[in-house]
Design a protein around this ligand. Structure first.
Ligand SMILES: NC(=O)c1ccc[n+]([C@@H]2O[C@H](COP(=O)([O-])OP(=O)(O)OC[C@H]3O[C@@H](n4cnc5c(N)ncnc54)[C@H](OP(=O)(O)O)[C@@H]3O)[C@@H](O)[C@H]2O)c1
Length: 269
């Protein structure tokens, strides 16, 4: 199989949330290429089955489990069942998340809370369910998917940005707690990335407008591809990332640093 670049113990099992499309699907495919058995989870069975088929067509190993991460009991049952059935759980990727872009005055408390339920509580719960299996083997790696909106203040992201900021801090706290068991916890932070939902969010804009957004929003002049997030996650989950824990890795073409206005104008001496 091509693209096998990261070192992964044979038989390793990774659980990925939100893995039926976009960034989560790309993470699943990349992990399978590296030799992981990947458990893809999301709400819609059909889309998950299609993602499993694509991995199997490439010679990888995957299975689908239906899970709505808004349901705390279901998270515990599903993740624990997978760990018991497969006898191990070595990797966990908390990718599924919620984005809603309204200003504070127009954001309901229900919407605000839903961001925290999906972006912060769910990773807390998947981690609680997965950790016993990792502790048993004295080894494991967890990656949470953040967002540039959690690193810098962006208007209209009250619930999203603050829950993603919390996710990074939570990951660092978890890293402190579980390092003694040989378990690493890191955050990968995408900037704008061409997933189906991101593509939908720029629907109606002209090619020129999208081009201008890419140029003014990133150092590298373009938005990311889901595979590029998958590559970073695969590295941090693999043995190649064995000395890295508690960090946040932005994979954003420099979006964190570059917001258009802060490029030097005029001649440089
Ligand atoms: N794309 C970007 O520009 C961007 C930028 C920064 C950060 N991110 C972060 O990257 C992650 C993935 O984003 P994406 O753009 O790839 O998303 P996406 O295209 O909308 O895909 C979302 C995935 O999550 C699943 N999902 C949605 N609600 C769920 C729920 N309640 N329970 C379980 N699964 C659920 C979806 O499948 P079902 O609908 O079938 O459940 C799907 O597989 C998110 O955490 C997002 O915040 C994305």
């Amino acid at each position: 199989m091509t693209g096998q670049t990261s070192r992964v113990e044979p038989g390793s099992v990774a659980f990925v949330t939100g893995a039926s499309q976009g960034i989560g699907e790309a993470i699943g495919r990349r992990l399978a290429r590296d030799g992981w058995h990947v458990v893809l989870s999301a709400r819609r069975r059909e889309k998950l089955d299609a993602a499993v088929s694509r991995i199997e067509e490439e010679g990888g190993s995957a299975e689908a489990v239906v899970l709505d991460i808004r349901d705390a009991d279901a998270i515990h049952e599903t993740v624990s069942d997978v760990g018991k059935r497969l006898g191990r759980l070595d990797g966990l990727v908390n990718n599924a998340g919620r984005f809603a872009g309204r200003d504070i005055l127009n954001t309901s408390i229900e919407e605000f809370r839903l961001n925290f339920i999906m972006n912060l509580e769910a990773p807390f719960l998947t981690m609680k369910a997965a950790l016993p299996f990792m502790i048993e083997r004295g080894k494991g790696a967890i990656v949470n998917i953040g967002s540039v909106s959690g690193l810098r203040a962006t208007e209209n992201t009250a619930g999203y940005g603050s829950s993603k900021a919390g996710l990074f801090h939570f990951g660092a706290i978890a890293a402190m707690e579980v390092g003694k068991h040989g378990i690493r916890v890191n955050t990968v932070t995408p900037g704008s990335t061409w997933s189906p939902s991101f593509a939908k969010s720029v629907d109606g804009k002209s090619e020129e407008e999208v081009e201008a957004m890419q140029k003014s929003g990133t150092i590298l002049g373009r938005f990311g591809m889901p595979d590029e997030i998958g590559d970073a996650v695969a590295f941090l989950l693999s043995d190649e990332g064995r000395f890295i824990t508690g960090v946040n890795l932005p994979v954003d073409g420099g979006a964190f640093w570059f917001r258009g206005g802060n490029r030097m104008i005029g001649k440089r001496v």
